[in-house]
Design a protein around this ligand. Structure first.
Ligand code: AHN
Ligand code: ZN
Length: 342
């Protein structure tokens, strides 16, 4: 009895080892056919910085303004020059004030027919007022939004330029949302229902896009949103909704960033939940999406940087080292993903 038990154990272990060996074999046989290996290109921080400065040079990109229209035309032309197939998705959104916002989501597709795709996003509009609790000057005037809007777009333009110069066979969609930052901001609400309602006054472009996808059945593997990724001493903890919607992506991106030496920006810490564009993409379109967003510790500005929604959100706040940290991590994600090694 004892002997036969020992024998069965040995047999079991032997069979298990054999299975292991078989599996390893199958994997090594399949791997070469799976994907080409791509080097990760170098993200040029000066180029990204120039793209932020160019957006800011138009003035505040508030929907219905001339600056907004001029910046849109420049963005579309730039993305096309990098080889992307660009769709302008026009829509009219109603702001919390009742104002009708003539808006456009800008969708830049690389390898439009490739089934394996990654989504990258930022918002290209800037806020119509400087209504932060810390705001002291020109509170009723629009802001330049160098960081809030400009930085994410600047990084993605440089990513697009690199995609044009270093093509892969993977699909990448860069969706620049409009009318993100025209939301209602109050320190206190009368009721829970009012607070809920105000949530949906933000991210009007992503809400529209997620309910009117540019390709029916559009299913990228996941999305990465960049919001306020350009300021000095930026701090990107793992934002709460990102952890809920796409925990594995958060984990892999933050680990990769740390390995690349950017752990000072990509903190291994938990951040609060932000009703940002990724929230609407994940909830309406069911696309897992993360948000890389500056949420400094001990912030006394609703969790954001002290320049947030103030007139200080101009080029002086931008540090090209932050743009590079984020851009280089995004490029590494893309080229590793295309190589099948992410
Ligand atoms: C809220 O403040 C609730 N959402 C704002 C997200 C945002 C504003 N991102 C940039 N500006
Ligand atoms: Zn904002």
């Amino acid at each position: 009895m004892r002997l036969s038990l020992l024998f069965s154990c040995c047999l079991l272990i032997f069979t298990a080892c054999q299975n292991d060996a078989n599996q390893t074999n199958t994997q090594t046989e399949q791997a070469p056919a799976a994907a080409k290996k791509y080097d990760v290109p170098k993200f040029e921080r000066d180029s990204a910085l120039a793209y932020v400065a160019k957006q800011v040079s138009f003035g505040p990109r508030v929907p219905n303004s001339d600056a907004h229209k001029a910046c849109k035309d420049w963005l579309v032309g730039k993305l096309e020059s990098f080889g992307a197939e660009v769709i302008e998705q026009d829509f009219v959104a109603e702001a919390y004030t009742g104002t009708k916002l003539n808006s456009t989501n800008i969708i830049a597709q690389f390898n439009p027919s490739a089934p394996k795709r990654i989504l990258l996003s930022a918002h290209w509009d800037s806020r119509h007022i400087a209504d932060s609790p810390l705001s002291t000057e020109r509170q009723n005037e629009p802001i330049l939004g160098a960081d809030d809007g400009g930085s994410g777009v600047g990084v993605l333009l440089e990513v697009a330029r690199q995609l044009g110069q270093n093509p892969t066979d993977m699909g990448v969609d860069i969706v620049l949302f409009d009318a993100e930052d025209h939301g209602e901001s109050k320190s206190e609400y009368e009721s829970q229902a009012d607070a809920q309602k105000s949530t949906f006054t933000w991210g009007l472009g992503s809400q529209y896009w997620a309910q009117n996808l540019h390709v029916s059945g559009y299913r990228p593997r996941y999305g990465i949103l960049l919001d306020m990724v350009g300021s000095r001493n930026a701090y990107f903890p793992k934002e709460q909704y990102s952890r809920q919607f796409a925990p594995q992506v958060v984990d892999k991106v933050w680990k990769l960033a740390a390995k690349m030496g950017y752990g000072n920006y990509f903190a291994d810490a938990e951040g609060g939940g932000i009703t940002d564009d990724h929230f609407f993409v994940a909830t309406y379109a069911r696309i897992p999406m993360i948000d890389i967003i500056n949420l400094p510790p001990n912030s006394n500005n609703r969790g954001f940087g002290s320049h947030w929604h103030t007139q200080n959100d101009d080029m002086d706040i931008i540090d090209k080292r932050t743009l590079r940290a984020v851009g280089q991590v995004v490029l590494a994600v893309l080229y590793k993903e295309a190589s099948g090694t992410f």
